[in-house]
Design a protein around this ligand. Structure first.
Ligand code: ZN
Length: 307
């Protein structure tokens, strides 16, 4: 029997984590099976989670040979820490067609009685063809509502596919959950930022416009407030607004963007413009000293060897 419990992720976040507690024994992960060979249909619990996130239907997407090659390249490009954790703990990778789902990716933990935790990661198949810039703009658009200001938010992150980013983000959730938040590298990231290692921010970064965003349980903000939101973001060590939603998302976002900046030479620029296309505020999080100060902790974390 499967029991699904919503974990740290709120319903309105674009990626979700669920915990599945399997009462019947689950065979251990076969470490000799390469990660690319662990692609399979979604579990019933995963299918249900996408339906709960608003999907009108959920069908397995079978990878074309070109998509499989792209997945193999993305898996090979993951940090070695991620690969060594995944080889022991990743049960299944799935791709689904799930129209209208609010969620685009799902990391779920299968709790094994007396054994090691196993994880399933499921991606919406649209992520295989979408560009990172397109994805980020689509995601960010959801947290604002149009108003008379005519302001618009634009995110520039180059022309690469979103898949490398999303794979880094989701697999970092697995690494975080396996190593534990109290482990050396993660603790350094949380310290002075997250009060409880979960969702409460230290007073220094608990800034009003950030408290009220949709992903922190607020409402869609009028676009007139967008300059204040990004000004507040610029005063924090968060690489993105999504990173400000919970400690787990902060870790996933910071690791993903550290890797993209370091190994893929990607840049990130956020702009808010008014109805006359006048620039109101521009932010380059990967160049922010507050963000870059955390990259040292990330580098140390990724150099860690696990047995
Ligand atoms: Zn996430």
């Amino acid at each position: 029997m499967l029991q699904i419990m919503p974990s740290h992720a709120a319903e309105n976040r674009p990626d979700r984590s669920i915990e599945m507690v399997k009462r019947t024994p689950v065979p251990p992960v076969d470490k000799s099976v390469p990660l690319i060979s662990r692609v399979g249909p979604p579990s019933d619990a995963t299918t249900q989670a996408f339906l709960d996130a608003g999907a009108t239907s959920v069908r397995e997407h079978r990878l074309s040979s070109e998509e499989e090659r792209a997945l193999a390249r993305a898996l090979a490009g993951l940090p070695s820490l991620h690969k060594s954790v995944l080889i022991k703990h990743l049960r299944r990778l799935s791709f689904v067609n799930a129209p209208s789902s609010l969620g685009s990716a799902l990391t779920s933990r299968v709790e094994v009685d007396g054994g090691e935790s196993q994880f399933d990661i499921t991606f919406s198949s649209g992520l295989l063809s979408e560009r990172l810039t397109e994805f980020l703009n689509r995601k960010e658009k959801n947290i604002f509502r149009a108003d008379e200001s005519g302001n618009q938010v634009y995110i520039h992150a180059g022309r690469s596919s979103v898949f490398t980013y999303i794979l880094l983000h989701e697999t970092t959730h697995v690494v975080d959950l396996v190593l534990g938040s109290s482990s050396q590298g993660f603790h350094a990231l949380h310290e002075g930022v997250w009060k409880d290692g979960a969702t409460s921010l230290e007073a220094l970064y608990d800034i009003k416009p950030l408290q009220r965003i949709l992903w922190r349980g607020g409402r869609r903000l009028p676009l007139a407030e967008a300059p204040a939101v990004y000004e507040a973001l610029g005063m924090t060590p968060f690489v993105s607004l999504y990173a400000a939603t919970a400690a787990g998302e902060d870790v996933a976002e910071t690791v993903a963007w550290y890797e993209l900046a370091t190994h893929y030479d990607l840049d990130l620029r956020i702009e808010v413009r008014d109805k006359h296309d006048t620039l109101l505020i521009a932010l380059e999080p990967l160049k922010s000293p507050l963000v870059r100060a955390r990259f040292t902790a990330i580098k140390q974390l990724l150099e860690r060897k696990i047995r």
